[in-house]
Design a protein around this ligand. Structure first.
Ligand SMILES: Cc1cc2nc3c(=O)[nH]c(=O)nc-3n(C[C@H](O)[C@H](O)[C@H](O)COP(=O)(O)OP(=O)(O)OC[C@H]3O[C@@H](n4cnc5c(N)ncnc54)[C@H](O)[C@@H]3O)c2cc1C
Ligand code: SF4
Length: 330
């Protein structure tokens, strides 16, 4: 049986208290929300915090609010299950509901939170192993060594962002609400993530995520999230494709944003997609143009299961399927 290392458990009553504990404890402290990623990683000795700061006792972080002018506001402790089951989210942000529903298992979705999902650690075949395995192979940049074993000449870690909800939230234009010693600030999803599997977020160690704000969908908005994984019962994504598109009454595309998960240390927006789709009906020619743009933009690395060439081919397949689903719904 794998046991947790020793640590001191703190349960602050306010966000300000949590931030103060983090500031006082420095790099030895770690935030825990649902614990579904933190505790397995501690058991594998990937994380060894001396102080664990639990957010569960802070009132007000578990709220879901929606109104037509402000859009959706999620407290960071809202669980993935609550998101998947929420009627307004299913109706107005269906891709978010299906991304939340696709995470791991019912038990873990009942514990796992949206804050933990957007702050999910990056993953890599060479890192997410037990200590004996990592010792036998030799360490890498992320585990204290001096080389990346996936991309040997890379100065930065290329471990991938495997959050299912992050690409969807980015496609919807969401912002993260971060609370720190100087109060609250909002960061757009694309600015929150960093293209480095160790650095991961544009967030100081004494800042916590307290909420997520998603703008109201424009009229004619449709959304879809598709996930490639090896076992559909439970598995991290090998590829996540989030697409949010706005169609007019004749089915012509007025706006489209596609963001990929599990291909880079941060969610990857396909900027060429709008060029391929906007102004056209979502017909076969437009879908092929878009699939080609996605194929060219995505550059999977050898840091998860399945070969690079298979994952690269799946970029076009899943992009086609996502656009076709939106076209069919229109
Ligand atoms: C078997 C298994 C399968 C899984 N499959 C998937 C999957 O398919 N897709 C997927 O996306 N995830 C998957 N996960 C990972 C995890 O269960 C989910 O990502 C979950 O949403 C994490 O939320 P949590 O509240 O449990 O986070 P925690 O484990 O509590 O925290 C995760 C990370 O976020 C940080 N954190 C948490 N909350 C905050 C906050 N408010 N502010 C700042 N930092 C914070 C923690 O310090 C930690 O770094 C899987 C896990 C397991 C064990
Ligand atoms: S991408 Fe490289 S540095 Fe990062 S965890 Fe994998 S092997 Fe280590």
């Amino acid at each position: 049986m794998m046991r947790l290392p020793r640590f001191s458990y703190r349960r602050p009553q306010t966000a300000a208290e949590a931030v103060a504990i983090l500031a006082a404890s420095g790099p030895d402290a770690l935030v825990v929300a649902g614990g579904t990623d933190v505790y397995p990683n501690m058991k594998q000795r990937l994380l060894r915090p001396k102080v664990v700061v639990a957010l569960r006792g802070i009132p007000g972080l578990g709220q879901i609010e929606y109104d037509d002018r402000q859009g959706l506001r999620l407290g960071s402790m809202v669980t993935l299950r609550e998101i998947a089951e929420h009627q307004d989210i299913r109706r107005l942000y269906p891709a978010l509901a299906s991304a939340a529903e696709s995470v791991s298992t019912p038990q873990l979705r009942t514990m796992g939170t949206i804050g933990g999902n957007v702050c999910l650690d990056t993953r890599c075949n060479y890192y997410n192993q037990d200590l004996d395995w990592r010792e036998a192979l030799g360490f890498c940049l992320k585990s204290g060594g001096d080389i990346c074993r996936v991309a040997r000449s890379s100065p930065t870690c290329r471990a991938i962002n495997c959050s299912d909800t992050a690409p969807v939230l980015q496609a919807f234009g969401a912002s993260i609400v971060v609370t720190g010693p100087h109060g609250e600030r909002r960061v757009r999803l694309e600015d929150f993530y960093v293209d480095d599997g160790i650095q991961r977020w544009n967030k100081a160690a004494d800042e916590i995520v307290t909420g997520i704000a998603v703008p109201p969908p424009a009229p004619g908005t449709r959304s879809v999230y598709l996930k490639l994984r090896s076992r559909s019962s439970v598995d991290f994504p090998l590829l996540g494709v989030a697409l949010v598109a706005e169609l007019d009454g004749r089915g012509v595309c007025r706006g489209a944003k596609m963001v990929l998960g599990a291909v880079a240390p941060r969610p990857l927006e396909i900027t060429a997609l709008a060029e391929a789709l906007v102004g056209s009906r979502l017909d076969k020619a437009a879908i092929e143009r878009a699939a080609r743009a996605v194929f060219l933009a995505g550059k999977p690395l050898d840091n998860t299961i399945a070969t690079i060439s298979y994952r690269k081919r799946m970029l076009a397949v899943y992009a086609r399927r996502a656009i076709a689903q939106i076209a069919a719904a229109a």
